[in-house]
Design a protein around this ligand. Structure first.
Ligand SMILES: Cc1cc2nc3c(=O)[nH]c(=O)nc-3n(C[C@H](O)[C@H](O)[C@H](O)COP(=O)(O)OP(=O)(O)OC[C@H]3O[C@@H](n4cnc5c(N)ncnc54)[C@H](O)[C@@H]3O)c2cc1C
Ligand code: FES
Ligand code: FES
Length: 1285
């Protein structure tokens, strides 16, 4: 396989253009954390004579390690040109994608599973997908497509009208005759035929069987790769190059080289050596002795081996093995588990290791070989990297000895807490073992190890020593907690922050261990050792990982294409990897690659450096600075760029320090205000007044494809063409023209598709486009500017953090009479989307927050103000909902606070204050809230809210350490933009002489299926099959001055423009059709041409006539409103802060849907994205504004495990409905606090992270930790804090 000429990179990077011309395998993170680059590896094992297929993340597979392996990429699975594989077909037809960027990875994960299990279980499907991130769909349809291969699927409802889960919904289908649950037709699916799969190449079997293997050497520019032929050869190499790392799974080494600048001149790669894949089972009469030459054994193979042992051996003797199995279930995704080796894991000793501490607690030992052989204990000193306990540089690990747990009074448990349940490093893990004196509960041996509390795994050896001889009782526990807190010190500036939380986890996990052992002792001798209280039982188990189930219901249309769940136009191309994104486009002669940097011209491959001085036009356009001049106003501002001949050289040159200056307390815009009634007066007459503050932190878009740009300078007339992934080509055109000082008619912006946006590609591509254009202009060469994930997260920023302050006056019966609310958003260093007075004013975040700040409630005396504050953070930008998801958290929070003050249930106070009849907003726009009340009522009824509330209360009475909570939230969401001209749209349609139709319009295909819906509209209007119609791309050449595609208005306004142009064309054709009614479309077109009738036309939609007069605070700000309600129920673990989403019901009134499948996809995707925003997504900063969270490893979005156990949806939902999870968590935490006799109200902030949940469920452990307050220095900056804005 050819690699890049002159490349010194050994990383196998399959993203088509760079290595081999394949476009399917995608690149998102480069660190194994997302699964977008999943491929199937196949290797032949000459000992077992078996072929082993496994999934791997290509970004971490060194190209030289592939000798002897077959790699199947998505292209090898199936293609439109040859044959589509059933996995690809079903993912497409089940609507399991939107932007499609994750789809090839999803296909490869399911495909590899099917190669090993032709009829997998639903659990296996979920497990196989746990290492694949999708930011668009919410995972449900992806899992569902996989489940079509299972023998029996969970829900029988599809098509039959009967539901195995919930009769309520089954009856609903019957009652609402026009309701449908069938989004696809299973009868269309091709069957899976394993005989059609590619055969493993026989030459690879011959190579593997070859007895005369030779050492392989690959020589690169700076590095040498050596693959030894035998074990002796390996030992010789290791003796000659003791510092040369052994590359096994490369899951530790690879990221260190890529992200931490580690360099190694020599790599030794023994991965394929049969001597390191050796498993031997013998029998000593009592035990199965299981020896694993583990150096080459993957964690997945280890998992299988442990399963075998656990099945064969008595339970009490395999406690260590079981503890390992439990952690292996959640350790990374399937790809990493199949790549990473036990040898690599043991030797690399990551401080977050989930396995090493268990091995140490289970008294494991490491067998080493060099010239001789020796065994060293895998114990505390080894894990703490004490030099005398370590292996020598020439030694290699050959196997790990895992002893059987010696006796029944020996307990080994592993406990962990992570930001999400699967595929996330532990925030803290604890692995402990205890042995007791015979017949007693007197401690004979005790070992406690903690991970993620320091630079290495830490042993609490002093505490353990002090506890020998003590009884296993409460007094022992209390002493153990104090001593272990003294022994394990986490400094205030510790990496990762969360110091108080992690200290709390140290003792909370110890408490869990204590309870587990007490129960174990009781099970052995109930007379002697009393069991733990029944109420404590729920503290013992982690939340189970369940297979998800759900129903989606929607209203059906007739036979018309409009109203049907038509598959996304590019769906098949997404799943075959043939959909071309910018990074997949072919190489261009003279191309250069751009990276954001400072000075680096002297480095290899660097062609030019581009700075502010090279901008021929305006470098500061509308407050957006393309290249920093004089001062750098935030961490991550583009200071300049370097253009180099390869990506690798461009990136290398960019690794230079940046300068920052910090300024505070500046506003980016004037305050925005709306007011009704007489607020001050009303406060005088209310029964009670409360004041409060709510913090809502920011959110990173984490779209799968980083902002991509290809700028092509033309030879003539200063023309330039830019290929983009953007929501707003017009704005890029405008900025590029300004930067180059040319008229806009010289700049062409083209946009075909992009891998996710969520608002993040409205404003930023304009700045990045200008930077690229300046580079292309200066060098005269094509410029690729595709940001690395970390740079994208740093530079493009995200959703605005918000501080809300409220003063609420209300009566004792819960009726709110007056509200005075003030919002501050942290806008970052430039106006971007939060400032009001610019040309894109109407999309601004502050304005949206203020106008939408009432949500569903009527408060007669209401004042709301909002300001955007300037800070030295990168400039925050648009994000799904434009401030609504932040602002309404404040509203729901004060409603809950009022309910608490009045001793009323929140849902009652919500209902009391909800709009009831045709009504006016605070800015005097009339609307009818009838659909809102209907959704609210349906949601209460269908979720069985009151019955579930009672059940949750019962549960809470019986469980002290786990609590259930539930919440229902209403939603009144305004659509569109308050400035009329931002609601306009245009379309251009050509009919060709063969009858085929080409549609173009100003909207961008972002994964939401806009093109598909426009084809449906055109098909309806022209009355021709959808197959006649094509939609290729959006371009400033075909439709000028297009407005941004966002805010769920793309279909609405572009649909009207397409409808308009189609009606114009039909009017042209009408006389011909009238004369020849029986004729065909093709005949009419031919005739029209003969009659010189134009077959091309433009269409136009003037836009909704919205307006907003900010002077008066009045206007018809929005074209219309959509209404909804969502119910969520959670369970929280008060000891760790983990939560489990048990159920969600969404009801939305979205009027008539053009394409229910695409709309439901938007609902679920937005809900899951919202849920992530309100719960686990958390960015970490230094006090200087350095963003620490720059990869999916540091910033956790929901995976397939986080979606609700039960998910019922009707209609279209917004991001905000995800807040039902936040408020359900709040309800559960409130229940915990009530039981502990704590204050009724507490500060509610978003996200409700595990840290927030745990530290709010105050108990003896948090008290113990807070006895010594910690002044946190780093990682814990709250960017919504007032002192920062
Ligand atoms: C996305 C991702 C998620 C992860 N999640 C988790 C998690 O949740 N929990 C967890 O515990 N871990 C997690 N890990 C870490 C993972 O378990 C380790 O990276 C892995 O076990 C290392 O094994 P490897 O074979 O890839 O080592 P490599 O990267 O190949 O090698 C690592 C080091 O070990 C040395 N080495 C390897 N084998 C031997 C040997 N036989 N003898 C001597 N030296 C040797 C090498 O010289 C090298 O220095 C994650 C990793 C990734 C990339
Ligand atoms: S790009 Fe390989 S796992 Fe993310
Ligand atoms: S469809 Fe999965 S990331 Fe867009």
């Amino acid at each position: 396989m050819p690699s890049l000429p002159h490349s010194d990179e050994l990383i196998f990077f399959v993203n088509g253009r760079k290595v081999i011309r394949l476009t399917g395998t995608k690149y998102f993170c480069g660190g194994g954390g997302c699964g977008a680059c999943t491929v199937m590896m196949s290797r032949y094992n000459s000992t077992t004579k078996a072929i082993h297929h496994y999934p791997a993340t290509a970004c971490l597979v060194p190209i030289c390690s592939l000798y002897g392996a077959a790699v199947t990429t998505v292209e090898g699975v199936g293609s439109i040109k040859t044959r589509i594989h059933p996995v690809q077909e079903r993912l497409a037809k089940c609507h399991g994608m939107q932007c499609g960027f994750c789809s090839p990875g999803m296909v490869m994960s399911i495909y590899t599973l099917l190669r090993n299990h032709q009829e997998p279980t639903p659990e296996q499907i979920t497990k196989a997908l746990a290492g694949n991130l999708c930011r668009c769909t919410g995972y449900r349809p992806i899992v569902e497509s996989g489940k079509t291969f299972c023998e029996s699927t969970v829900c029988e409802l599809k098509g039959s009208g009967k539901c195995c889960m919930d009769q309520e919904y089954g009856s609903l289908v019957n009652r609402w005759e026009k309701m449908c649950t069938k989004l696809y037709n299973e009868d269309e699916f091709q069957p899976l035929d394993p005989s059609q799969e590619p055969i493993f190449p026989s030459e690879l079997i011959r190579t593997a069987e070859d007895p005369n293997k030779r050492r392989l050497t690959f020589q690169g520019e700076r590095t040498t790769w050596i693959t030894p032929a035998t074990l002796n050869d390996l030992l010789e190499l290791k003796a000659n190059f003791p510092k040369g790392p052994l590359v096994m799974g490369n899951t530790e080494l690879g990221p260190s080289i890529k992200f931490k600048n580690e360099f190694h001149p020599v790599f030794i790669s023994p991965l394929g050596l049969p001597e390191l894949h050796f498993v031997n089972t013998t029998d000593d009469g009592k035990h199965l002795l299981f020896q694993i030459r583990c150096a080459g054994y993957s964690l997945a193979q280890l998992n299988d081996a442990l399963h075998f042992i656990v099945l064969e051996q008595p339970k009490e003797e395999t406690k260590t093995h079981r503890a390992l199995l439990k952690h292996l279930r959640t350790l990374a995704g399937a790809q990493i588990r199949n790549m990473a080796t036990l040898g690599g894991h043991v030797v690399s000793r990551p401080n977050f290791s989930d396995l090493n501490p268990i091995l140490a607690a289970g008294n494991a030992a490491i067998n080493l070989i060099s010239k001789g052989q020796q065994q060293i204990p895998l114990n505390g000193p080894f894990l703490e990297r004490s030099p005398e306990a370590d292996l020598k540089s020439e030694e290699i690990v050959s196997s790990v000895y895992i002893p059987y747990s010696a006796q029944s009074r020996h307990f080994v448990f592993g406990l962990r807490m992570a930001q999400r349940q699967e595929n996330a490093f532990a925030i803290v893990n604890a692995e402990m073992s205890v042995k007791f004196e015979d017949g007693t509960n007197t401690i004979k041996e005790l070992q406690m190890f903690y991970g993620s509390v320091g630079p290495t795994t830490v042993s609490a050896s002093q505490t353990c020593k002090q506890l020998i001889g003590r009884q296993w009782d409460n007094q022992m526990l209390s002493d153990a907690c104090r001593w272990v807190l003294d022994e394990i010190y986490i400094p205030p500036a510790a990496e990762g922050g969360m110091v108080e939380y992690r200290r709390t986890l140290i003792i909370s996990l110890l408490f869990k261990f204590y309870l587990k052992v007490r129960r174990g002792l009781d099970q052995m001798d109930p007379q002697k050792f009393p069991n733990i209280p029944e109420k404590f039982m729920s503290a013992l188990e982690d939340f189970p990982i369940e297979t998800r189930q759900g129903i989606q219901m929607f209203q059906v249309g007739g036979q018309d294409p409009v109203g049907h769940p038509v598959m996304h136009q590019s769906a098949i191309k997404h799943t075959t990897g043939e959909a071309v994104y910018i990074d997949d486009m072919p190489c261009i002669d003279q191309e250069l690659f751009l990276a954001p940097i400072t000075k680096a011209l002297a480095l290899p491959g660097v062609v030019d450096v581009i700075t502010a001085e090279d901008v021929p036009g305006d470098n500061n356009y509308q407050g957006e600075i393309f290249c920093a001049q004089n001062e750098v106003i935030c961490m991550g501002q583009v200071v300049g760029t370097v253009a180099a001949d390869t990506y690798a050289h461009a990136r290398e040159a960019a690794k230079k320090p940046r300068i920052i200056t910090i300024e505070h307390n500046l506003f980016l815009s004037d305050e925005k205000k709306i007011e009704q009634g007489n607020v001050e007066q009303a406060f005088k007459y209310v029964d009670q007044i409360i004041k409060g503050e709510v913090h809502v932190e920011e959110q990173e878009h984490l779209y799968m494809e980083t902002s991509p740009i290809l700028a092509l300078p033309k030879e003539e007339d200063k023309e330039m063409v830019l290929h983009l992934g953007t929501q707003y080509p017009t704005r890029v055109q405008e900025y590029v023209a300004a930067a180059l000082n040319v008229p806009r008619n010289r700049i062409t912006c083209r946009m075909k598709r992009t891998g996710g946006v969520f608002g993040g590609k409205v404003a930023k591509p304009a700045v990045l486009g200008a930077v690229s254009a300046v580079a292309a202009n200066k060098t005269g060469r094509p410029i690729w500017f595709i940001l690395e994930r970390g740079d994208d997260m740093l530079i493009t920023a995200g959703r605005h953090p918000l501080l809300g302050k409220y003063k609420i006056g209300f009566m004792n019966n819960g009726v709110i009479k007056a509200a005075d609310v003030k919002y501050y958003v942290n806008g970052g260093c430039t106006p971007d989307e939060c400032e009001i007075s610019l040309c894109f004013a109407s999309t601004q975040v502050v304005e949206f927050i203020v106008l939408k700040s009432e949500n569903a409630y009527y408060i007669p005396n209401f004042r709301c103000r909002g300001s955007a504050c300037k800070t030295n953070l990168p400039s925050n930008t648009a994000f799904r909902g434009f401030g609504f998801p932040q602002g309404t958290v404040v509203v729901e929070a004060y409603i809950i606070a009022v309910a608490s003050q009045c001793n009323l249930p929140p849902e009652e106070v919500k209902e009391i204050n909800m709009h009831k009849r045709i009504s006016k907003t605070a800015f005097k726009q009339t609307f009818n809230p009838e659909p809102l009340r209907r959704c609210w009522k349906e949601c209460l009824e269908k979720s069985s809210f009151y019955a579930r509330k009672l059940a949750a209360e019962e549960f809470n009475k019986k469980n002290y350490w786990q609590k259930r909570g539930l919440a229902i939230v209403p939603m009144k969401l305004s659509m569109g933009i308050p400035t009329a001209y931002y609601n306009q749209a245009a379309a251009l349609v050509h009919i060709y002489l063969d009858g085929s139709v080409l549609v173009t319009h100003g909207g961008c295909e972002l994964g939401q299926g806009l093109y598909t819906k426009m084809i449906q509209v055109a098909s309806h209007e022209l009355n021709i099959p959808q197959s006649y119609i094509h939609l290729s791309e959006t371009s400033t050449v075909t439709v000028p001055n297009g407005v941004l595609t966002s805010g769920s208005m793309g279909t609405d306004i572009n649909g009207k423009a397409v409808q308009n142009v189609c009606q114009t064309l039909m009017a042209h054709l009408h006389p011909i059709i009238r004369k020849n009614r029986k004729g065909k479309w093709e005949d009419w077109i031919a005739k029209a041409f003969e009659d010189s009738i134009s077959l091309s036309a433009t269409g136009y939609f003037k836009g909704y006539q919205t307006n907003m007069d900010w002077e008066k605070g009045e206007g018809n700000a929005y074209p219309y409103y959509v209404y909804g309600a969502a119910y969520s129920e959670v369970e929280v673990d008060c000891l760790t802060g983990a939560h489990k989403l048990l159920r969600t019901d969404i009801f939305m009134d979205a009027a008539f849907s053009i394409n229910p499948a695409l709309h439901i996809g938007q609902i679920e995707g937005a809900f899951i994205q919202g849920m992530g925003f309100y719960t686990i997504e958390e960015l970490k900063y230094s006090p200087e504004g350095v963003l620490y969270s720059r990869s999916p490893d540091d910033y956790k979005i929901p995976t397939v495990t986080e979606i609700p156990e039960e998910f019922y949806g009707l209609g279209e939902a917004g991001m905000f409905l995800g807040s039902s999870v936040l408020f359900a968590i709040y309800d559960a935490v409130a229940a915990a606090r009530r039981e502990r006799g704590l204050a009724k109200t507490f500060v509610l902030s978003s996200p409700a992270t595990p840290e927030m949940i745990r530290m709010t469920c105050v108990d003896q452990f948090t008290d113990m930790v807070r006895e010594v307050p910690v002044v946190v220095i780093d990682f814990q900056v709250v960017v919504s804090n007032q002192n920062k804005i």
